[in-house]
Design a protein around this ligand. Structure first.
Ligand code: M6R
Length: 611
């Protein structure tokens, strides 16, 4: 949540910052601002999007080759001009941008008010700025040391960048719990919440760790711990390129990412699905497969869409590897009485690798001795670095706030992990393994086949654009897909939707069904097909509007449904990889029809780095 960009070099900092903030806007978009160092400290900030900041900047014509910028997702204080970052102290000598939450800000604020500080807004960040000012002005330590001391006093999380008008060549940055990296250029250096603002200028980055602080100038950077131990940091080479973070001719990132899935699922399997040898190879798990296979149980912890892929994983691990699995919301797990120890294995799943609740669950499981494996998309992210081992999804940058290609890549990884464990435990037969290896190999082509003609989905979207409610039903592997379809619709089109196991409908939700209720039924698995057909009959008897996702050849489903969106036939356990695609597209087209902001839905942010 919230995006930070900073620049020190030979270019106009405002240009680098505005472009960078645009790329980070998926992290928050309710207000934006920047601070530039020239003869003075120039501050521009505004409620609204980065585009609004750019318009304002055009009027001010800001200049300076050192500066910082911020795009906000509000936690403390409503989105308005005053609460927008950067924030300053009373004497406006420095400006600070912040990602995270200062939890003890209220106590600090009251104390500072007694000392004469006056606050203009309600943010925790402004309190941090005043605290730094107070420490600096009331002691004989320099500004950098004042920042260090203030950070040692605050509780909570932060990624910060600060510029000071009497040190016009430098940016101070620090991190605890909110990601920050330094981009290493030639005669220019950057700071950013993720690599997207930096990639245009350099592929070399240094990841800051918790409680590290750095000073960046156009000539270099120095990193230390908050307690002043100088560090030599490894410089990483980024594997992503600029094209991957641009829309490539699509009107929205979400649509581009949906259409990429034929490729991304293939990329995820490359070098891992060894078809000729009928085996799976996951280098990231080397040395850990025995412990995974001997686990008393596997606990999967994740949030949102990643939690849904975890639910698919539960079915996969139990069927293919015969290992008991529990799937936990990371946010619930972290505060439960956790009965987890070294006999258990936790798998954390996260597209961003920065989700605060998932990170907390990971740390708690590790503290209690469990092996923690990760499934992450963002290479070098905090979760990827803190897990004992793991498998990257290699889906490429996902910019649309609604997660799509990350879901299918996560399910692909979970499928491969379950197959690997099943073989290792000798519970997955040669024959079934051969069938699944072949079927998995063909998934990308089948995804492309679905995407070739989306006119049926668009028609359904037109039909139900203004429906106030939706029900999504699925069974077995496709129950989580029903949840995912409902989540996609809710988050980007603001239509209330619920996902249910199809057979649970009769225990309550059936009361909602009348001639106005669209009911999306995922009927793509064979072994529960007859049961789902009965559920469809039940909806039909109550005049519900049935939209079915069925495999080619399920003529009974096609006959009963008002709209039938067919997908290619595939083994039951792989069907979520196909069944989710029409649901992603359905929510996309409904949101576009309703003129919603598809890539940046209201109130949301791509990566949730606060509790
Ligand atoms: O980056 P993560 O996978 O950890 O994110 C988890 C959720 O915040 C995320 O899946 C969220 O639910 C998406 N907006 C869903 O589309």
């Amino acid at each position: 949540m919230c995006g930070i960009v900073g620049y020190a070099g030979g270019r106009q900092a405002s240009e680098v910052i505005l472009k960078g903030l645009q790329r980070l806007e998926y992290r928050g978009y309710d207000s934006a601002g920047m601070a530039l160092l020239n003869d003075d400290l120039e501050l521009i900030k505004v409620r609204g999007k980065v585009r609004d900041l750019a318009d304002l900047a055009e009027k001010h014509d800001p200049h300076g080759t050192v500066g910082i910028g911020h795009t906000r997702w509000a936690t403390h204080g409503e989105p308005n001009d005053v609460n927008a970052h950067p924030h300053t102290g009373t004497h406006r000598q420095f400006a600070l941008v912040h990602n995270g939450i200062i939890e003890n800000y209220n106590v600090i604020r009251q104390d500072l008010e007694k000392k004469g500080h006056t606050f203009t807004g309600e943010t925790d960040t402004e309190v941090l700025a005043h605290l730094i000012e107070e420490i600096h002005e009331m002691s004989d330590i320099d500004f950098y040391q004042a920042v260090q001391q203030a950070l040692l006093q605050v509780e909570g999380t932060y990624g910060i960048a600060i510029v000071h008008k009497y040190h016009p060549d430098r940016i101070i940055v620090a991190r605890k719990g909110s990601p920050l990296l330094i981009g290493v250029g030639d005669g220019e250096y950057f700071v950013a919440s993720d690599a997207s603002p930096v990639i245009e200028y350099t592929h070399k980055v240094v990841y800051l760790e918790d409680e590290e602080i750095a000073v960046i100038t156009r000539d270099g950077y120095e990193v230390s711990t908050l307690k002043n131990v100088r560090l030599t940091k490894e410089v990483h080479e980024l594997a992503m390129n600029l094209e991957q973070i641009e829309k490539g001719g699509f009107p929205h990132f979400m649509l581009k990412e949906i259409f990429e899935q034929g490729d991304t699922i293939g990329d995820c399997m490359r070098g891992r699905l060894i078809v000729d040898e009928n085996r799976i190879q996951l280098g990231g798990l080397d040395g850990y497969v025995d412990r995974l296979c001997d686990a008393r149980r596997v606990i999967i912890a994740a949030c949102g869409t990643s939690w849904h892929s975890g639910l698919v994983g539960e079915y996969l691990f139990e069927y293919l590897a015969r290992i008991p699995v529990e799937v936990e919301y990371a946010s619930e797990f972290r505060y439960r009485e956790q009965l987890i120890d070294e006999q258990d294995v936790m798998i954390v799943i996260s597209q961003s690798g920065e989700t605060a609740d998932t990170l907390a669950a990971l740390r708690e499981a590790k503290r209690r001795g469990a092996l923690v494996l990760g499934i992450c998309n963002v290479v070098g992210s905090t979760i990827a670095r803190e897990t004992d081992a793991g498998v990257y999804t290699h889906a490429g940058p996902e910019i649309g706030v609604a997660s799509t290609k990350a879901f299918t890549a996560q399910v692909t990884v979970l499928t491969m992990m379950a197959m690997l464990a099943g073989r290792h435990r000798k519970v997955l037969s040669d024959e079934l393994m051969r069938e699944l290896v072949r079927e998995l190999r063909d998934v990308p082509a089948r995804v492309r086949a679905i995407l070739e003609d989306t006119s049926g989905i668009e028609k359904v979207a037109r039909m139900f654009t203004y429906a106030p409610n939706f029900l999504y039903l699925g069974r077995s592997y496709n129950f989580p897909v029903a949840l995912e379809g409902a989540l996609k619709l809710k988050e980007i089109s603001y239509i209330h939707a619920e996902g249910y196991p199809a057979a649970e409908m009769k225990h309550g939700p059936i009361a909602l069904i009348d001639e106005h209720m669209p009911v999306v039924v995922i009927a793509a698995t064979d072994h529960t097909n007859e049961k789902v057909v009965s559920n469809i009959e039940e909806v039909k008897a109550r005049k519900g509007r049935i939209i079915a996702i069925s495999s080619n050849g399920q003529s009974d489903v096609a006959r009963l449904a008002e709209f039938n969106l067919s997908i290619p036939e595939i083994h039951d356990c792989l069907s979520p990889l196909l069944a989710v695609i029409p649901l992603q597209l359905l929510s996309y087209h409904i949101a576009v029809n309703r003129k919603c902001h598809v890539d940046q839905p209201r109130n949301l942010a791509k990566s949730v780095t606060v509790e």
